[in-house]
Design a protein around this ligand. Structure first.
Ligand code: DGY
Length: 320
């Protein structure tokens, strides 16, 4: 008999076909809205596997409603939406999607850095609104990227891929991790730095570390006060890493130069969020891994994990 899974969002046809071949599949059918909590709690009652997104909180309450659940397979490398301890207590395997999204997320991170530095979105709007006046020497000027200092907080796979791109721009690369990554230092010429030192010396501070309650608001007023006046903060990890109120105040008071944000404390970011009133912020809607090829690869990796675990094999990419 086929194992049962619940999928919390419509997926591309090729992925759904693969899932249907292997499992008895139930799926939340609204392509735009996440599954309501009460529906999720009902739907997991008889399933062996859960294919979920970062928009769902998967916690002890979900596990209590899912007595047969063996695997939670998350369509993301980040897994802060899942209570890993609660899953472990119940012997439920949790998997994520590392590796397949590294280069794509690094591309977006570097694109956001460049767009923020050179004011691409803001100036594009100026052109569209018919506000492009006569040429003037200092109109629309931004910050250079080449030759500047990039401070990467979290030199994991994606951090290293961003650093690799930065070498093409002759950037000086600093990084901070809990522990030194000497192999990456040798590969890309990054220099280890204490956090405060990195904040003081970097022109670009790029956050590329996993979020958990222990690093909530890693970048707050104290950290921003250490930054240079022309520093730019880039966050493509999780919104909770940055105190958005402190960031907004610092930008409006011109204590730092700009911010490029792909992730937010609340997602979707409400239309009236005051961050959106700041011309010093460049925003994108959590699209780090959003290339067609990579999202398909992520979906297939989630399928592979479900197939492995529900046929009694080891998961390919377990969260440990
Ligand atoms: C991830 O994989 O954690 C990304 O944030 C989703 O695109």
């Amino acid at each position: 008999m086929k194992k049962k899974i619940y999928v919390t969002r419509q997926l591309p046809d090729e992925v759904m076909e693969r899932l249907h071949e292997q499992f008895e599949v139930k799926v939340w059918n609204d392509p735009d809205e996440p599954v309501p909590r009460n529906v999720l709690l009902e739907e997991v009652a008889d399933v062996d596997g859960l294919f979920c997104m970062l928009s769902e909180t998967i916690d002890e309450e979900v596990f209590q409603h899912a007595p047969q659940l063996k695997i939670v397979a998350n369509l993301a490398v980040g897994y802060n939406n899942i209570d890993i301890g609660a899953a472990k207590n119940r012997n439920i395997t949790v998997t994520n999607t590392p590796g397949v999204l590294t280069e794509t997320t690094a591309d977006l991170t570097f694109a956001l850095l460049m767009a923020t530095a050179r004011r691409l979105v803001e100036t594009s709007e100026i052109v569209r609104n018919g506000e492009w006046g006569a040429w003037a020497p200092m109109h629309f000027t931004g910050q250079d990227i080449h030759g500047k200092t990039l401070g990467i907080v979290g030199l994991g796979r994606i951090g290293e891929a961003v650093a690799k791109r930065a070498t093409g721009f002759d950037m000086n690369i600093l990084y901070h991790n809990r522990s030194r990554n000497e192999q990456a230092e040798a590969r890309i010429g990054a220099k280890y730095s204490e956090m405060d030192d990195l904040l003081q010396r970097s022109d670009y501070i790029v956050l590329l570390l996993p979020y958990s309650t222990s690093n909530h608001h890693l970048i707050g007023k104290r950290e921003i006060d250490l930054m240079k006046e022309d520093a730019i903060v880039i966050n493509t990890s999780r919104g909770g890493l940055v105190d958005e109120d402190a960031l907004y105040e610092a930008l409006e008071q011109r204590k730092i130069w700009g911010a490029g944000l792909d992730v937010f404390e609340q997602e979707p970011l409400p239309k009236d969020d005051r961050l959106l009133t700041s011309k010093y912020v460049t925003v994108s809607p959590h699209i780090g891994s959003a290339s067609i090829a990579t999202r398909l690869q992520m979906c297939h990796l989630v399928c592979d994990n479900l197939i492995h675990v529900l046929s009694g094999d080891e998961p390919l990419t377990p969260v440990t």
